[in-house]
Design a binder for this molecule. Structure first.
Ligand code: SF4
Length: 297
């Protein structure tokens, strides 16, 4: 990409974003607590669903100090419906660390943010940019896909550049004085136009400079190599975990009682499976076991 390509790509995408930006509640704030909360919720959750939970969560926990003071069971209850509860536990641990500082303050650089529990490279860069205005790239899977397609013709839909290279390309493309809008714009483009399966090149502001534009290879199916999600009785394990937590928010219960809550015709092998799952949830710190009863930790 020549400097002139880069200038044109920046200008075209920022113009498109000014018209097409999605109005999420976390885009109306620079509060690092809210930004970090939104980024935690957005991991493995659709943005529209995360937006509903985000508003509800803030009514219950308006500041990081409110989260830090709450017992773990309240945090898990507020998280219910989002799934992947380990995110809630890490967010709770993180809130306690930040709230214990005097003055209470979030770190502002990617390096310092990465020292908090559950904060990886992507999240650290997102918070540094969206809350503190740092001119740093923010590379998630959508951005990696866009920069891959922008810099070479694809072999097949899923052929992205290696992660390190994606960060380097994103760094080159970043307009230092518009980092916030630029990073948000890339995310919107990845979610609504340059999507994984059927990119809408006809609606893309970058089509003029994109070597992958309108490539028939982008429409080819991707070979799936992902592991199948563990199931029991035809239902993914994570859904059973969510239902068990919902039952246990109502009070402690034993494995046979919980199995009977899940299935009217629960057999011994169902009870054993539930016990195994409860054991894992105890090991992850979500539950506690007292004699034969399980409760939310
Ligand atoms: S032209 Fe097509 S492949 Fe290229 S960035 Fe736009 S949507 Fe993606």
């Amino acid at each position: 990409m020549t400097p002139s390509d880069i200038r044109d790509i920046r200008r075209s995408l920022l113009r498109w974003y000014a018209v097409h930006r999605r109005p999420f509640p976390w885009r109306r704030t620079r509060d690092p607590y809210r930004i970090l909360l939104s980024e935690t919720m957005l991991q493995q959750t659709q943005a529209s669903r995360a937006a509903e939970h985000f508003r509800r969560w803030l009514r219950r926990f308006p500041t990081v100090a409110h989260v830090a003071r709450a017992p773990q069971s309240d945090v898990l209850r507020a998280w219910s419906g989002l799934g992947y509860n380990s995110r809630a536990l890490r967010f709770h641990a993180l809130a306690r660390i930040v709230a214990s500082r005097r003055p209470v303050r979030f770190p502002s650089t990617p390096e310092a943010l990465r020292e908090l529990p559950g904060v990886g490279r992507y999240t650290a860069h997102a918070v540094a940019c969206f809350a503190f205005g740092a001119a740093v790239p923010v590379v998630d899977v959508n951005v990696r896909r866009i920069v891959s397609r922008l810099t070479r013709r694809p072999d097949r839909t899923g052929a992205y550049v290696p992660e390190e290279e994606a960060w380097r390309i994103a760094e080159r493309l970043l307009p230092p004085r518009r980092a916030y809008d630029w990073n948000q714009a890339l995310m919107d483009l990845g979610a609504t136009v340059c999507n994984a399966r059927r990119p809408r090149c006809g609606a893309c502001p970058l089509a003029r400079r994109c070597p992958s534009a309108f490539s028939p290879r982008l429409a080819e199916p991707v070979k799936r190599t992902a592991k199948r999600e563990p199931m029991w009785r035809g239902v993914p394990r994570r859904l059973h975990r969510g239902r068990l937590l919902t039952f246990l928010h109502g009070g402690p219960a034993s494995a046979p009682q919980l199995a009977a809550g899940l299935w009217n015709d629960a057999a011994q092998k169902d009870v054993e499976w539930v016990e195994g799952l409860l054991g894992r949830m105890c090991a992850e710190g979500l539950l506690r076991k007292e004699r034969t009863l399980y409760r939310v930790a």
